[in-house]
Each structure stands twice: as C-alpha cells, then as structure tokens.
Design a protein around this ligand. Sequence first.
Ligand code: AMP
Length: 284
Amino acid sequence: MQVIKQGSAIRSIVQALRCSGKSIGFVPTMGALHEGHLQLIRAAALQNDITICSVFVNPAQFNNPDDYKLYPRSLEQDIAALEAVGCHYLFAPTATDMYPEQTLLHFSFGVLEEVMEGAHRPGHFNGVAMVVSKLFHLVQPHKAYFGQKDLQQVAVVRQLVKALSFDLEVVCYPTIREESGLAMSSRNKRLDVQQREHAAQLHQALLLAQKQIGVKSVAAIKTDVQTYLAGVPELQLEYFEIADPATLQPVPDPAAAEVALCIAAHVGPVRLIDNMIVKPQQLA
Ligand code: AMP
C-alpha cells in the first residue's frame, strides 16, 4: 500500500488509474480504524479494481474542541490494518493541505440537518459536506463506502452527491458491533471497561424500543427508553427519535413503514450515537 500525503499526488495517481480503465472504491475515515471501517475496505476491495482509504481527522466537522483534540489517532496501526485487508492507497493529508485557506462556502441540507445530529451539533454537517466534497474531487471514486452507524451522514452525503452531480455511487454497510452490542466507534477507545459496559446499554435501549414498534405509540416508546436509561446514571441520554431512514424526519406511526430508531448519549467523556432500522416484516 502506498501512503499519499498530498492532494495533488493522489489526484494524479487517480487520473492515471481512471485513464487505464480501473474502477476506484473509496472509504473516507477519520482513522483509529476498527472492524466497522475494515468491512468497508473489504467490500471496496471486492467490488473495485483499486481501493483507496482516507484518514483525516477533519477539524471542520467538530463542534467541540476537546473532542477534536482528544480524538484517537493511530496512523501506524491504521497502516498495518489497511495493508492486511488489501487497501492499495491510503490518503492521509494534513489539515493545511486540505484547507490551505479559509472558505466562506456554506452547505445547507434543509430539514435533514434540523433534526438529531444536525440540531445537536451545529456546523457538523457543513464540515462533513465540505470534506467529503473535497475528498470526492481529489479521489474521484466510482463507489464511496459509508456505514449505517452514521445514518444521518449517509443521508446528507446522498443529498450532496445528487445536488452537486458527483458521478459516483454511495454504498452503505450495516453497523458492526462489539459482543456486548456496543456499536464500534473510534471514540470507544476513550472509554474505560465500566464505561464500555454502560455504553452497551444504548443498544439494549434500541432493542427494547424495537420490540415496542407496532405495539405502543411513539410517545410511549420514547418514555420507555428514557425510563430504561434513567436506570443507568453514568449515561446521559441526549435524544431518542423514531425517524424515516431516508429523510430522518420523525415518523408519527412507526408500525406503518420501515423506521430508524436513532439514539445519542454521553458516557463519561464521550458522546456516542447508534441506530437500528426496523423493517415492517420484523414487526410483531
Ligand atoms: P469515521 O472514521 O468515524 O468517520 O467513520 C468512517 C466510516 O466508517 C463512516 O462511513 C462510518 O459510518 C463508518 N463506520 C464507523 N463505525 C462503524 C461501525 N461500527 N459499523 C459500520 N460502519 C462504521
């Protein structure tokens, strides 16, 4: 695997590859790679001639300076993990290479960013859209791979791709979990053993809610989730929503169609998100 630091370098490599007819699969990440990321790399390697991963802790998408400063960084381990799963190129730019000058460009995703992550993390999706746009321009992939773990991000990226006519397919893969049910996340590295156990209750809360879809009202399910998590004082619930998986807007009657159960909470120093999609045939 080649490690490329400069945007101009990855651009010329990709241009040559495209000219020789190679298909390119791309997995953008912020590093501290785990199995959730690696499944995306494996899928890209299977479905394309060339696999490119980026590792860039994007300052523009952090609304909390401590979260940015303390975000786990482990480039040497990431390189070894990527080599083991057959990645061809790692693009790992510096912040000054990605953002040589301040930009005033601003993205808006309408109602999509007025809920959940958009509402609770002001500027987050603007930063995501900025870096994803830049990466798509530099890497020019045929397919770009994302995880369901960040469901609202996938919806934002799909809207971005449509709005700016990026000539690529967005592919989404399911959330990979620890044995405890805790969704894998680079931020989990900042949790101690006990905090990890508390964090796993997020998944339990989603399972509890899943059982009640088609049985109880949205308000009653929300109350049950709040009551359940109130029994875990080390975990502070930020939101729990029942939403349309594509638009992320609240769903009034969750028994009628596929829904996404979305949750965010703080455990110790870390803010975690998770979600579960419930299909109508899974309803009792
Ligand atoms: P990140 O490094 O957190 O920005 O994540 C990079 C990509 O990996 C995003 O598309 C995430 O949604 C995806 N991802 C992160 N964690 C998981 C997971 N546990 N399961 C599946 N995909 C994940």
